[in-house]
Design a protein around this ligand. Structure first.
Ligand SMILES: Cc1cc2nc3c(=O)[nH]c(=O)nc-3n(C[C@H](O)[C@H](O)[C@H](O)COP(=O)(O)OP(=O)(O)OC[C@H]3O[C@@H](n4cnc5c(N)ncnc54)[C@H](O)[C@@H]3O)c2cc1C
Ligand code: SF4
Ligand code: SF4
Length: 1011
């Protein structure tokens, strides 16, 4: 049994009194001082971890004003603004109070199409804005790899940029005005003003006071600024004195706030410029035999009028090649006689199709000539149009994430990841950079924006190794020297954060002027202190090796627990699971709650914290009690559970709360670039948690459902009457379950027999394999699952008819529980017993080499996923479409019906863990003469029995409303009839939209007709 983790992470008195005062100040957002929320927000994408005192979530500008006014009265409290938390250098981490603006302050307030600007709250996500303005031919131009989760407030504060920066500049180039709150509680509205307008501002106005001081600072230090600030496309983050005066001599009050990393003020709203979205786009993928050739060629490529040039080395490329993402782009990288070791991706855009075509054609001819003369590049391919080009950019973005997923204790980590030098120096600089890394025998992958001279390099280190910290210091110092030598910057893209210790060295004599900016806004050094600059030159800044490393904490975890916490420990915090898009499957519980504890990153962080605390308490292994052991200790478990309900603290309860909101949809398992799989460690957690506490009755009902259904199916009328009756529903609700589905009314084995098919018999199949090989070749065994078989028996029948129609002789494998519900609810030892038994049955059939085909995708995929994780080898049980698509021959099934359109809404687990299995449905429908498109859709909110659990009902409904409901309720039959592969998805549609949608196999049966 696990022990009670009774100790709270302490909160300093000064922070508690601040929080108490805030609670009665009229502050309308949430105030969270629980250990779980603090632990989740103690990390970003950096190598560091700092536990804050609390986290607050303001609702609007006025809340931020209230917050700062209260803070004014509590001078010892420090505040740390936070957006999406995707910083790579601990920018938003700190020991004080985190102010998370992303949860509530994320609205797009106003869009002016004519004048091409938008007004947004600081927590709005860039891709969300762009999705809204795309139809007007506009976009917010600064690009960054984290565009689906980074906030515009965060972008402004790091002065973010990325691909296309040579054409479109950085975020600061698109900021028209800001609304900010100073720590004094004053609101500051910034814009670009003439000298006269600035002079005309009242003496005591915040804008006048700050604006005039900034102007003086600029005018007095003009020469030093000119000499000290690098002449780079990427200019500089924090504090950008160089742009206080615009080229036409006006005063730009936005300039120093852009890139200030939350050290000067809270930005609450921004008015930003929108660009015209080029209508025409092409991308040329230029191939090289060495990465240095790709770098050396970049300068020349830039003379051909491209919008952007990105480079990727062979390491990153190889990762992409081994990922599903390669399927969508492999045509652009055909294998030839030469080995591909580097690429430059050269994008051309225009508003005129002909102009673009001739630009690309000229470039292509040039490249042909280069290749023919044995020049640097040896081949190229061209992607044309937005959709093709986006596929290549998506591969580039994903490949970068994949770097973090390498299977080794040494993981690529960010600390010198965004150096920038003048592009003409890039190749020489990188040559020396590589020598530094090679000298320390470090592995690394490289990619970046060669047009802007920015290269991303993440050396691989095992942060649990005590030697890694000195290595970080050594490498950083050497790279700083190199960037100085080549007239560049250490922080070319991601901001300074803890690397601010190099700012005095970088600015030299100008550093006191930089400190004056901090003193002007935050004289007491309470906003994100230790970063960018202090109010005086002698104020201490954070040092890269003095901030606690995540890896240092991980050293405390017992080795067995490291294994049992599985992928939780490899999460690097890149935040890909925090994407805003409701039509993306990752992660429904985060999207519906906007609580980061309820995201893969949050859950991974909590699992990591939990095993650390367990290790501190002397636990060396997590218990996985047998059913006997679970039941034997029940009275004591009940007692502990009652004490928990009366408020007895245990950190495990905080972890439990986060885990219980997980739908086990497995989108993280399939989509996380690092392969963090919450359902895997969640069931390990639940198994251990229930070694101490009593399981709710509904877990027993759901866990045993697969065993009960075959018996219930013998008396379907009785079962259904109970479920339908108000008394039955009330009892189920009391026990924790709602809207229980009713049985089809016929036992699947009987239904199959009635339809003229048979139940599979091993002996019969064995005999047939010897006596009648011809007939045996037509055999297919259908592996049933409890949900489809008993609640939607017709789908199983439809599969039989389709198989028969196509010339197969299907038979039904006698029913046996699959075990997925047991796994989901953490009955791990029971699951293992059942899975072992099942595997033996399946293996006996597979030895005959008869194909095994599953019905429900999620249940079928359990054999390749949860079974394998438990170390139980099973044969391949095919998804039905994978089987059909390879057996269906063109022209084999002429259809007599007019061509029909369908839209496939795939189950989350299938769409994210067997992505390659969606397209076969298109093949099948096309062969049958019909059209099927694959819909981008989020989670339906049901996920097995999750949506039937009383406590999850509201969450399940919210998730359904976000992506499925608008599409289903639109009844857009012109776009095609909706088909859904998941049993749970179909029952969710029935429940909330009162529509019966078909499984694709049922639609196929209609199309084909029976034989
Ligand atoms: C995989 C990966 C790829 C990346 N690629 C790029 C890239 O291509 N280009 C790029 O520029 N960056 C990149 N980054 C870095 C990061 O995404 C950017 O710095 C981004 O702008 C941060 O936005 P955020 O909302 O996550 O801000 P956070 O990380 O939460 O905060 C960043 C800084 O802004 C401050 N801040 C946030 N909101 C406010 C506010 N309302 N008021 C005052 N201060 C505030 C914080 O205090 C902090 O100092 C990448 C990061 C990762 C993990
Ligand atoms: S769970 Fe995966 S996607 Fe989410 S932050 Fe961690 S590594 Fe990134
Ligand atoms: S399984 Fe689904 S709900 Fe759970 S963390 Fe992963 S993506 Fe989120």
């Amino acid at each position: 049994m696990i022990p009670r983790l009774e100790t709270h992470e302490p909160i300093e008195t000064k922070a508690s009194s601040f929080l108490q005062a805030l609670a009665v100040s009229g502050f309308s957002g949430e105030i969270a001082s629980d250990d779980a929320t603090r632990a989740v927000l103690s990390t970003d994408n950096s190598i560091y971890q700092i536990m804050p005192q609390a986290v607050v979530f303001p609702r609007d500008h006025d809340d931020v004003v209230r917050l700062t006014r209260v803070a004014h009265e509590h001078p010892e409290v420090t505040l740390y603004p936070r957006g999406g938390g995707t910083g790579t250098n601990a920018q938003s981490l700190g020991h004080g109070v985190i102010v998370d603006t992303s949860r509530h302050m994320n609205a797009i307030l106003e869009i002016n199409i004519e004048e091409r600007w938008a007004r947004v709250q600081c927590g709005a996500v860039k891709d969300h804005l762009n999705a809204q303005i795309r139809e007007h031919g506009l976009f917010f131009a600064p690009d960054l790899s984290t565009s689906n989760r980074a906030t515009i407030g965060g972008m402004i504060n790091t002065d973010a940029s990325g691909q296309g920066s040579v054409q479109y500049g950085k975020t600061r180039d698109h900021v028209l005005g800001l609304r900010a709150v100073l720590l004094s509680g004053e609101t500051l509205e910034t814009s670009v003003l003439s000298d006269a307008a600035l002079d005309a501002l009242p003496e005591n106005s915040t804008e006048g006071r700050i604006g005039r001081k900034l102007r003086d600072l600029f005018d007095t230090n003009r020469e030093a600024i000119d000499a000290g600030f690098p002449k780079l496309n990427r200019c500089l983050t924090g504090y950008d004195l160089k742009h206080v005066r615009t080229e036409d001599g006006q005063i730009d009050l936005n300039s120093v706030l852009c890139g200030s990393e939350g050290t000067l003020a809270f930005i609450t709203e921004a008015k930003i410029n929108l660009e015209l979205l080029p209508t025409e786009v092409s991308l040329v993928a230029v191939q090289y035999g060495s990465f240095m050739d790709a770098l050396l060629d970049a300068q020349e490529l830039m003379t051909h009028g491209a919008t952007s040039i990105e480079t990727v080395d062979s390491k990153v490329l190889n990762l992409a090649m081994n990922d599903f993402v390669w399927d969508s782009v492999s045509a652009y990288f055909p294998s030839g006689s030469q080995t591909l070791q580097g690429i430059n991706l050269v994008e051309f855009t225009d508003f005129d199709a002909e102009a673009l075509a001739s630009k690309v054609e000229r470039f292509s001819q040039h490249l042909h000539a280069v290749a023919a003369s044995g020049g640097r590049s040896f081949a190229h391919t061209i992607a044309r149009g937005r959709s093709q080009v986006n596929q290549i950019w998506a591969m580039r973005k994903r490949a970068v994430g994949l770097l973090g997923g390498v299977k080794s204790a040494k993981k690529p980590v960010a600390f010198v990841e965004d150096t920038c030098v003048p592009p003409e120096n890039l190749a020489a600089f990188i040559g020396e950079f590589r020598e530094v890394l090679d000298a320390h025998s470090l592995d690394y992958g490289m990619f970046g924006h060669v047009d802007a001279g920015v290269l991303h390099v993440r050396p691989a280190l095992d942060l649990k190794d005590p030697d890694s910290l000195p290595m970080i210091r050594t490498i950083t110092d050497q790279v700083v020297e190199l960037t100085k030598k080549y007239h560049g910057l250490l922080w070319g893209e991601h901001g300074k954060g803890v690397r601010s210790e190099y700012a005095p060295l970088f600015f030299g004599e100008l550093y006191p002027a930089i400190c004056s900016v901090k003193a002007l806004f935050d004289p007491e050094n309470r906003l994100n202190p230790g970063k960018i600059a202090g109010p005086t030159p002698d104020t201490a800044l954070l040092r890269i090796d003095e901030v606690p490393l995540r890896g240092t904490r991980d050293r405390r975890i017992a080795s067995e627990l490291v294994q049992q916490a599985s992928t939780a420990l490899v999460c690097n915090g890149n935040g890909a699971c925090h994407n805003y898009d409701p039509d993306d499957r990752m992660c429904p519980s985060w999207k519906a709650t906007r609580d980061r504890r309820h995201s893969p990153k949050g859950r991974a962080g909590l699992m990591r914290e939990w095993v650390t605390r367990l290790s501190d308490a002397g636990v060396t292994t997590l218990p996985t009690p047998s059913i006997g052991a679970e039941l034997a200790g029940y009275p004591m478990k009940m007692y502990r559970t009652l004490r928990m309900k009366s408020g007895r603290y245990d950190f495990s309860h905080e972890v439990y709360e986060a885990m219980s909101g997980c739908l086990a949809c497995k989108s993280c398992t399939g989509q996380c670039p690092i392969k963090v799989s919450v359902p895997t460690f969640r069931s390990q957690f639940l198994s251990a948690y229930y070694s101490r506490y009593a399981r709710p009755v509904k877990d027993w009902i759901v866990g045993t459902l697969e065993y009960v259904l075959p018996f219930a199916a013998q008396v379907p009328a009785l079962y259904n009457a109970v479920v339908r009756s108000s008394l039955g529903a009330s009892v189920f609700k009391y026990l924790g379950l709602v809207d229980s589905p009713t049985l089809s009314g016929i036992d699947p084995h009987r239904a199959i027999a009635d339809a003229g098919f048979r139940v599979a018999s091993l002996t019969e199949l064995e005999e047939m394999s010897q006596s009648d090989p011809g007939r045996f070749a037509r055999q297919v065994v259908v592996v049933q699952d409890a949900f489809t078989s008993y609640f939607e028996t017709q789908v199983v029948l439809d599969l039989f008819h389709v198989l028969h129609r196509l010339g197969f002789e299907p038979s039904l494998m006698p029913f046996s529980a699959n075990g997925k519900p047991l796994h989901v609810h953490g009955f791990l030892s029971w699951f293992k017993l059942l899975a072992t038994k099942n595997a033996a049955r399946l293996n006996r059939l597979a030895e005959l080499q008869v194909p095994l085909v599953g019905v429900d995708p999620s249940m079928t995929l359990t054999y390749r996923s949860e079974y394998q994780e438990a170390g139980i080898e099973t044969p391949d049980v095919l998804l039905m479409q994978d089987f059909l698509a390879t057996r269906l021959l063109p022209g084999a099934v002429p259809t007599v019906l007019p061509v029909k359109k369908y839209r496939l809404f795939a189950h989350c687990t299938e769409a994210t863990n067997a992505k390659e299995s969606l397209q076969p449905w298109q093949t099948i429908f096309a062969l049958a003469g019909h059209q099927l498109s694959i819909e981008s859709v989020g989670c339906c909110g049901m996920a097995g029995t999750f949506g039937h659990e009383r406590d999850n009902l509201a969450l399940s409904k919210t998730i359904y409303t976000q992506s499925w409901a608008p599409k289903v309720d639109a009844q857009d039959t012109d776009r095609g009839e909706i088909l859904a592969t998941g049993y749970s998805c179909r029952s969710q549609v029935k429940r909330f939209s009162d529509q019966a949608i078909k499984h694709p196999i049922s639609a196929l049966r209609e199309v084909l007709g029976d034989a």
